[in-house]
Design a protein around this ligand. Structure first.
Ligand code: FAD
Ligand code: SF4
Length: 522
């Protein structure tokens, strides 16, 4: 059967409001979706990440068919012959090529993909087939990559804060009044200083568990498929309870607004043993799959403020992550790819320690963060930035290896958001494009923000000796190794002065121990 437009829907484009549907005709046009193993194997993906994509895609397919659309859908066949390596599977391009031959469309259309590699591959396939491919703006976001480029033009550095203010102003988010005279609600743009609380000795107390989404029959089938076909991939599926439909995602949002948003601001950066969620929203995967739009999420948070349910430091802190960071990292990604992924300003070339894939380490903070990552496919921001990311930075791991790990292990990982966070924010590999300084800290930071160190065999204050905290040893070693490059960065003046105060003997001992550590995990 011949089709007019073949409209491609990628796994992270499950958006009924998307521009793709404008002008399509249910009789003439065909929607195309495909599950291809390459998307799970080009990095050895966590089982939960594969499951969330496949389950959400199948639910979306059924919803579209129920609404009368013709959907050409390729399901991944189940098989357990262990052939899950790149090259041994059908690729995205091959699956599309096959659909083009069968359906003989006159044109192709797609919303801008979330990954540069995928966009290139689609363009190449379309060109080889001699078909026009229209790439539409992704209207899910508040901004386009071109908006970011306009903002960046003429600025020496693009910092989050001014971009965030511009987006808030333009979209009237958390603003009082209208037009030129509009002011930020609460009298300030940013309540960051009130977002850094930690728990007292007793910890967060009895926390209410977040609402769980029980797997339905589609999700159960997908879980069986993943357990069978991707048995050798990292991660677990026993606790899989992620939202995979719009209705599930909305219930997750309501649960967050009601029970966790009021404390989100105070404890955004806090960490606690065996408490993976604390006051976080768990909404990133639903938003990245496009089941939920950021406007809907932000409007719900604003309403909670107007209803007196949540304070301004919580609501602004939450809104900043979505209207600010989420849009900002996408701008960085599209304005700096494809070269961005190869950046390595600090020349780091170490291997990622094996324990990142097993959680087997005697460093309690890493055991906690990696253990829950493997169990749930989730860690909150400070665990990603200041535990797993920080350790890799201090150790000197090749940023590309770090990027591959983050892209593989989180249910919310899509390259446009993962790469700048990893390479830019956590590894400083882009030389300060994204972060004004490396996020380097010693074990003292982790000790201040968590109770992990109480249960650890190492001592966060010690840099040398058998029980010295590896973070602390590597922190001083990192500053000493990069002293020359980092001198002149005002935000590091104090830290660098403290290195200078250390006598040569102490620094030599630290260097020796740091070298031992690097050899241990090489
Ligand atoms: P909450 O803490 O409840 O925050 C609310 C929302 O704000 C999130 O759902 C997310 O959409 C957004 N958000 C928060 N921080 C950021 C940020 N830095 N960049 C973009 N959006 C943000 N986020 C992803 O969505 N996918 C990734 O692959 C990803 N990789 C990361 C890798 C590293 C090294 C770091 C440091 C951060 C990464 N983040 C990523 C950002 C952040 O850690 C996650 O968005 C957050 O932990 C998701 O949990 P949550 O939904 O409970 O978030
Ligand atoms: Fe982590 Fe060091 Fe604290 Fe142990 S002592 S939990 S390694 S920061």
């Amino acid at each position: 059967m011949r089709t007019n437009t073949l409209a491609l829907i990628l796994g992270d484009q499950l958006d009924r409001e998307s521009a793709l549907f404008e002008g399509l005709d249910k009789q003439r046009d065909t929607l195309w979706m495909a599950e291809v193993a390459e998307e799970s194997t080009h990095v050895g993906t966590h089982k939960a990440r594969i499951a969330i994509f496949l389950s959400a895609m199948r639910h979306f397919r059924d919803e579209l068919r129920g609404a009368g659309w013709r959907v050409d859908y390729r399901e991944l066949p189940a098989k357990s012959d262990g052939r899950t390596r790149v090259g041994s599977e059908e690729t995205f391009a091959a699956a599309l090529d096959d659909a083009i031959k069968r359906l003989r469309p006159e044109r192709l259309a797609v919303v801008k993909p979330g990954e540069w590699r995928v966009e290139r591959s689609l363009l190449k396939t379309a060109e080889e087939a001699g078909l026009p491919l229209e790439i539409l703006d992704d209207t899910h976001f508040y901004t386009t990559p071109e908006d970011f480029a306009r903002h960046a033009k003429g600025r020496k550095q693009v910092r989050l804060e001014y971009f965030y203010r511009e987006v808030r102003q333009r979209h009237g988010v958390l603003m009082e009044g209208t037009g030129e005279g509009a002011q930020p609600i609460g009298g300030a743009w940013n309540f960051d200083k009130q977002n850094r609380g930690s728990f007292a000795k007793g910890g967060p107390g009895d926390l209410r568990s977040p609402r769980s989404t029980s797997p339905d029959s589609i999700t159960e089938q997908v879980i069986a498929l993943v357990n069978d076909r991707f048995a050798d991939h990292p991660g677990e599926l026993a606790a899989f309870d992620w939202p995979v439909t719009v209705a599930d995602a909305r219930r997750t949002l309501t649960d967050f607004i009601k029970h966790r948003l009021p404390n989100f601001g105070d404890y955004q950066d806090a960490l606690w043993t065996d408490e993976p969620w604390l006051y976080h929203s768990r909404l990133s995967s639903a938003m990245n799959l496009k089941l939920l739009g950021p406007r809907e999420v932000v409007a719900a948070a604003e309403q909670a403020y107007h209803d007196g349910h949540a304070p301004i430091n919580a609501v602004e802190g939450f809104v900043r992550q979505i209207v600010g960071w989420r849009e900002y990292v996408r701008g960085i990604y599209w304005n700096h790819m494809p070269g961005y992924v190869d950046r390595n300003t600090l020349g780091a070339d170490g291997e990622l320690p094996r324990f990142y894939w097993t959680g087997e380490t005697d460093m309690e903070c890493l055991r906690q963060a990696i253990g829950q990552t493997l169990e749930l496919g989730y860690a909150h921001h400070i665990q990603r930035l200041m535990v797993t990311g920080l350790f890799a930075l201090l150790l000197g791991v090749d940023p590309k290896r770090v990027h591959e790990w983050y892209l593989a292990v989180y249910v919310d990982a899509v390259e446009w958001v993962e790469l700048p966070n990893t390479l830019g924010m956590s590894q400083y590999a882009d030389g300060g494009l994204m972060a004004s300084k490396p996020y380097c800290a010693s074990g003292a930071y982790i000790n201040r923000m968590s109770n992990y160190c109480k249960n650890c065999r190492y001592k966060p204050a010690k840099a040398t000796g058998e029980d010295a905290c590896p973070f602390t040893t590597l922190y001083w070693d990192f500053l000493a190794r990069h002293q020359k490059r980092l001198t002149g960065n005002n935000r590091l003046t104090m830290q660098l002065k403290n290195v200078e105060r250390k006598d040569k003997e102490e620094l030599d001992t630290i260097r020796e121990r740091a070298q031992e550590l690097r050899e241990r995990w090489a």
